[in-house]
Design a protein around this ligand. Structure first.
Ligand SMILES: Nc1ncnc2c1ncn2[C@@H]1O[C@H](COP(=O)(O)OP(=O)(O)OP(=O)(O)O)[C@@H](O)[C@H]1O
Length: 219
């Protein structure tokens, strides 16, 4: 990614749901490699902000860009190719752990990455997220919520896209696993991370914490 182009740009964004304003005139810019956390009360619109960056909700006003690409109908596929999205409730989307990890290869545009998805690599990313004991043939849908979230994190490590949008990745984890997950997300200096969290220990590791839904909400 060209480091002179902001990795993420949100400019004077307003979003309404059912006639009610949720976000109003919100602006935020992240340089490539920057790690920024979104905090603020429940229902303030943090998840909606991440969804807007992926083109899942259309703003009433303002503009968004990812890696220099405007988030609009023409660019939305290219925008999503730049992003690793880690939702709060991550569905495996497949029956086995191996299939869940290899799911991106079902999309034609990811097939050039097939060489990354060797068994050795799959074990390596599972180990990185604290799931070393997991069998690749195990039933992915039987994993706990926290394990499914870490499986999604392992898949993100394989894809290794430049921008990560992460929604509460540490909420259901024990202390040791939490450290492993935080390290995985924040390890790469090149990676741009915008993460939602209420966890003080996690927030302390970001370059900036931006509060959403309060006065002075501009990044
Ligand atoms: N598609 C939608 N239609 C109508 N309302 C919506 C829609 N998506 C989100 N909302 C509402 O917008 C508000 C903000 O939701 P959002 O999930 O962005 O909040 P949040 O700040 O991430 O909250 P939390 O910290 O609890 O996850 C909520 O009241 C939610 O019900």
């Amino acid at each position: 990614m060209n480091s002179s182009v902001p990795a993420l740009m949100i400019r004077e964004l307003s979003i309404f749901f059912e006639g009610r304003p949720l976000l109003s005139d919100f602006s935020l810019e992240l340089r490539a490699g920057e790690k920024v956390a979104l905090a603020g009360r429940s229902g303030a619109g943090k998840t909606t902000l991440l969804r807007a960056l992926m083109g899942f909700c259309v703003p009433a006003a303002g503009s968004l860009s990812v890696a220099g690409l405007a988030v609009d109908a023409a660019n939305v596929a290219a925008v999503r190719q730049c992003i690793n999205w880690l939702p709060q409730q991550a569905e495996p989307g497949a029956d086995t752990v191996r299939e869940a990890l290899c799911l991106p290869l079902e999309f034609k545009r990811n097939q050039a990455l097939a060489a990354r998805f060797t068994d050795v690599k799959l074990h390596e990313v599972l180990q990185a997220v604290g799931l070393a004991a997991l069998d690749l043939a195990a039933d992915a849908r039987r994993l706990s919520g926290g394990e499914q979230q870490r499986l999604a994190l392992a898949r993100a490590l394989l894809l290794d896209r430049p921008v990560w949008l992460v929604d509460e990745p540490t909420s259901s984890l024990d202390a040791e696993t939490k450290t492993a997950v935080m390290d995985c997300i924040l390890a790469s200096p090149e990676r741009t991370v915008l993460a939602i969290s209420h966890d003080a220990e996690f927030l302390a590791r970001f370059n900036r914490v931006v509060r959403v839904g309060e006065d002075g909400q501009h990044g």
